[in-house]
Ligand binder design. Sequence first.
Ligand SMILES: *Cc1c(COP(=O)(O)O)cnc(C)c1O
Length: 364
Amino acid sequence: MNPQSHARPGIRRLKPYQPGKPVEELERELGIEGSIKLASNENPLGASPRVADAVTRALAEVERYPDGGGVVLRRSIAAKLGVSDDTITLGNGSNDVLDLIARVFAGPGDEIVFSEHSFAVYPIATQAVGADAVVTSAVEYGHDLEAMADAVTAKTRIVFVANPNNPTGTWNAADDVKRLLQNVSAEVIVVIDEAYAEYVEDERYPDTLAWLKEFPNLVITRTFSKIYGLASLRIGYSVSSPAIADLINRVRHPFNVNSLAQAAALAALEDDEFVGASRRVNQQGMVQLEAGFRQLDLQWIPSVGNFITVDVGRDAGPVYDALLREGVIVRPVANYGLPNHLRVSIGRPEENERCLQALKNVLA
Ligand SMILES: *Cc1c(COP(=O)(O)O)cnc(C)c1O
């Protein structure tokens, strides 16, 4: 038997998600030490110190199944966001929730709309359920929300909007997002993926949570992987109408979020000081990298996330490889339709400096 020919067509055409290269792997391959990774938008400060204590306490009961309903954590998230508990659905990372949403609402013959240069998980979730991707053109690397609304047809089940977007760091203002919601049929689920929301300080950034009652087809996703620094534990969530939460819960694996992740998230949520410090380090690092790129005469895409995507002015593949040999791991984004760009996660000042120096060496 040839398993390929038995796989469903969407899956056969699927390219697996390419994660950032781990430091250990690079060092083993090249026999080097002291490398840095600025490739997966991880928090360079780690996580709140409260997390280690919470996880250690939770370790005492690893033999027990986690709270499948995530009751305590959901209550805490809801209180923080000013919404009710029954709007929150926990996922094994927010990617899990994105995938569940596709499974609940779309299947073969249906369409899912997302933008060019947007997050790699949308095509994967789309093809995994056998739906057809409708990809709208970007404007200045960002989402063209008017084009996205226009792309909706009677077959459309979901629109995915990353705000801010990864890997471009672009974002859409409240007026434009609201117009999208007004222009799209209430029969279509509109997912606003806000993985980097906590980094954005511009007052034109939408408070989508305030719109949930007005738009029952709106789903907002957030994560603990980015500003909270819990990427390894895999925990994220959606905020939606209780009716949508109920549907997602029907396909959600009963214990999709482990108890260490739940304990960690609960502790992380309470540490506003750590979140504030993470935001400051990010802003300063952004300024530092922009200044460095300017000195190198490189263009970049203005970003409000914890990463910045820079145009190296040539095929970025060899530049990426040369940076690896300098012990600096960044992210190639050719698979996002950006063959001349590299995405650099904002690091600590010394990491940013090292990255800029390596880039200077490599481009010389
Ligand atoms: C990192 C990221 C996520 C979050 O992924 P997790 O599964 O929560 O780790 C979601 N959306 C976008 C656009 C991202 O960049």
